[in-house]
Design a protein around this ligand. Structure first.
Ligand code: FAD
Length: 437
């Protein structure tokens, strides 16, 4: 019987717990929140089929009122002079689900598979013995296992206290995170714009974006920046939204809190002897739009397969490298690709972003694919228009090229856990990173 500790009831850990049979694995999930307080009070977009495959439930069995279709979008330039519509066909419409029912479905699956939960317990760091992670420290007691799976989010106290020789990045740098505040306000008049989901790039000319999504009975506001937000900043931005959205009411009916989203390439190395990171603790999101649920679910599935295939082995870094390698070839390469473009856009002055919008260099197809569909070829077609301001165009082009190069590096990690080869591989990644100015 293998003992598995999952640090934090994150999506990847819950999926992993759902997939490990109780006959072979003793799974313990340790979470700082109470079960009732788990999960943000807002809706997320993700691939529903993945949730269906993990829980074995069809969309028709999802709890009542837990999900809906989101309306079409308009992306608005910093000067607000240009708006690019992004519309979806009937088959392609974006679905969103409330976070709490999503987490509840995953917890039920994990419980059914035999996982045990300890709530209201704050993890403070890893326990390391003879160079290996052997357990975790909490505010109550210590817990030991054959493997600690770190699903404790962006600021995981496990990851950030690992020894340097593991070669695992312990803390995010500037531009790696998106600081967000989100709330649903009531509506004080029955107005329903044709493109209800308005996304303001470089909102009020600051690095980041904000959105205002008018729903049937509420207005979902998100303020996001790459630097820390303050209450004063959030209130100022809401007041600006109210000027041209007079239907935003005064009561917050859901949310009203801060969150942090990794918007960077995933951790290159995410395993060590007795340790694996998954989800936000391994920065597994799509950098352009911060979507992390799909990647977390996929990471949970891959890790469950690697742990099951190696049930008779010690969970050393050598063995767990297969998870690291598979995640990057199957998901990490694609996720790392659009970091270059995102950072290049965020490094432009706001008038540079305006120029891209006003000259058709940022188009509906680029935005619908969150940068994934922005190929080098498609950009060449925009070259002529872009050459009016070559410095902006070349900055974007360079971001795309560096992102593509990094995708290639992520696609080809060392075949085995060899420290020398890993250092060389990490150096290649480092060279292609576009730093935000
Ligand atoms: C405003 C906002 C909107 C988002 N929208 C989307 C979206 O539409 N689609 C999408 O795919 N993604 C979205 N994301 C990103 C998504 O939330 C994450 O990528 C996803 O939740 C994966 O994170 P996780 O489960 O790994 O970590 P988390 O959701 O952060 O879970 C970590 C868990 O660990 C627990 N924990 C943390 N520290 C400790 C500790 N010390 N001790 C014990 N437990 C601990 C936490 O309580 C939590 O339960 C959004 C994020 C934000 C902030």
């Amino acid at each position: 019987m293998k003992k598995v500790i999952i640090a934090g009831a994150g999506h990847a850990g819950l999926v992993l717990a759902s997939k490990l049979p109780a006959s072979e694995f003793d799974v313990l999930i340790i979470e700082k929140n109470s079960r009732e307080n788990l999960g943000h009070d807002w809706e997320d977009r993700f691939t529903f089929e993945l949730l269906e495959s993990v829980t074995g439930k069809s969309i028709n069995d999802f709890p009542d009122n837990s999900w809906r279709y989101r309306g079409d979008s308009a992306f608005i330039s910093p000067s607000k002079r240009t708006s690019v519509p992004v519309t979806y066909s009937e088959n392609d419409k974006q679905k969103v689900m409330w976070r709490k029912p999503l987490i509840n479905m995953l917890i039920t699956s994990a419980e059914k598979a035999g996982a045990r939960f300890i709530y209201n317990t704050d993890i403070t760091g890893p326990i390391i013995a003879e160079g290996r992670v052997t357990g975790i420290k909490t505010d109550k007691e210590e817990y030991y296992a054959d493997i600690v799976v770190d699903c404790a989010g962006v600021f995981s106290p496990v990851r950030s206290n690992l020894p340097e020789e593991y070669m695992i990045e312990r803390n995010p740098g500037r531009g790696d995170l998106f600081y967000a505040w989100r709330a649903y306000f009531d509506k004080c008049s029955d107005i329903n714009p044709e493109l209800p989901f308005e996304v303001y790039m470089y909102h009020e000319r600051e690095q980041g974006l904000s959105w205002c999504c008018t729903n049937e009975n509420s207005v979902d506001i998100l303020i996001g920046r790459i630097d820390k937000l303050t209450d004063e900043k959030v209130n100022e931005q809401i007041a600006i939204f109210r000027e041209n959205h007079p239907w935003i009411g005064s009561s917050i009916i859901n949310g009203g809190s801060y969150g942090y989203i990794p918007v960077r390439r995933p951790l290159s190395v995410m395993v060590a002897d007795g340790y694996a990171a998954a989800g936000d603790s391994a920065f597994m999101t799509m950098p352009m739009n911060g979507m992390g649920i799909d990647l977390s679910i996929k990471a949970g599935i891959i890790l469950s397969e690697v742990l099951a295939e190696n049930i008779d082995k010690d969970y050393t870094a050598d063995v767990l490298w297969e998870y690291n390698r598979r995640f990057h070839t199957e998901c990490g390469a694609e996720a790392s690709k659009n970091e270059g473009l995102k950072n290049a856009i965020l490094s432009l002055p706001y008038e540079g972003v305006d120029f891209l919008f006003e000259n058709g260099i940022i188009q509906s197809s680029d935005l619908a694919g969150a940068g994934k569909k922005t190929s080098f070829i498609s950009l060449l077609g925009k070259l002529k228009r872009g050459l009016k301001k070559p410095k902006y165009l070349f900055a974007i082009l360079s971001g795309i090229i560096k992102g593509s190069k990094n995708a290639g590096v992520y696609k080809n990690p060392p075949a085995v856990y060899n420290k020398e080869k890993i250092v060389q591989w990490k150096d290649q990644i480092e060279k292609n990173i576009v730093k935000i100015l």
